[in-house]
Write a protein that binds this ligand. Structure first.
Ligand SMILES: Cc1cc2nc3c(=O)[nH]c(=O)nc-3n(C[C@H](O)[C@H](O)[C@H](O)COP(=O)(O)OP(=O)(O)OC[C@H]3O[C@@H](n4cnc5c(N)ncnc54)[C@H](O)[C@@H]3O)c2cc1C
Length: 209
């Protein structure tokens, strides 16, 4: 029955992932009613990475040198340009366009804000998915910050959560079978295991091999 309410400021592209968690009450800052702040998320250089080769939903090596500088420039320039156009369209001495329309060309790295209220059970579900290594870094940092609030708020439940959910691993039936064969001394290799390379790697990482 424990409930918590967060006031969150987040880039629109992160909000789009977050809002998929339906078991919460959300009250978002209205860009129909108010003017959005001129504030954009620009990744830190170490977060600017190329597409991962082995995971379509992931990042690979960090982008460096001129390529990194160019990308940062593009991100800043586009955000600045679209915000300048936003201000122009809103300007009553020029167009006086309605706020609900003027916002539509803003970049997805523009920050929005909301109040997000949920209960502990559903918060743990959110954190299990979004504090996980598979979650995108930009939402994971929020989940990690929220973990600290939960730790201070309900330390015993937090301990149980990190032990039984966050620190636990799930094996498929095939993985469990492979583990049993390994424990009985059999040498099992990926190509004949029946697991994909990715599944095999995940299993080996879980086993610390
Ligand atoms: C790493 C990762 C990658 C993802 N990739 C994609 C992607 O490529 N494409 C995409 O579209 N989404 C993607 N998602 C989002 C994902 O599919 C879920 O929408 C999101 O994680 C919310 O999870 P949920 O539905 O369990 O949460 P919630 O909406 O909070 O639901 C929690 C639980 O309540 C149940 N529930 C919720 N509403 C109801 C209801 N009305 N009636 C009955 N039961 C209900 C749900 O079944 C669930 O068990 C991704 C998520 C993660 C973490």
């Amino acid at each position: 029955m424990c409930e918590i309410k967060y006031h969150v400021k987040l880039p629109i592209f992160v909000a789009r992932q977050w809002i998929r968690h339906r078991t919460a009450n959300v009250n978002e800052y209205s860009a129909r009613y108010s003017i959005l702040d001129k504030e954009f998320y620009i990744p830190a250089p170490e977060q600017l990475a190329v597409q991962a080769a082995d995971n379509r939903q992931g990042r690979g090596a960090v982008l460096e040198g001129q390529a990194a500088a160019d990308v940062l420039n593009i991100l800043r320039r586009d955000a600045e340009q679209t915000y300048a156009n936003y201000e122009d369209m809103l300007d009553e001495s020029k167009y006086g366009l309605a706020r609900e329309l003027a916002r539509m060309n803003l970049t997805l790295n523009t920050y929005t804000q909301w109040y997000w209220k949920t209960d502990l059970h559903n918060l743990f579900h959110f954190l299990r998915l979004r504090a996980d290594a598979h979650a995108q870094y930009e939402i994971r940092v929020y989940a990690e910050a929220m973990m600290e609030t939960v730790k201070a708020w309900v330390p015993l439940s937090y301990g149980a959560f990190t032990d039984y959910r966050l620190g636990a691993v799930t094996f498929s039936a095939k993985m469990l079978d492979i583990l049993k064969r390994m424990l009985s001394g059999e040498q099992v290799e990926q190509p004949t295991s029946g697991l994909s390379k990715r599944e095999w790697t995940e299993m080996m990482v879980a086993l610390g091999r």
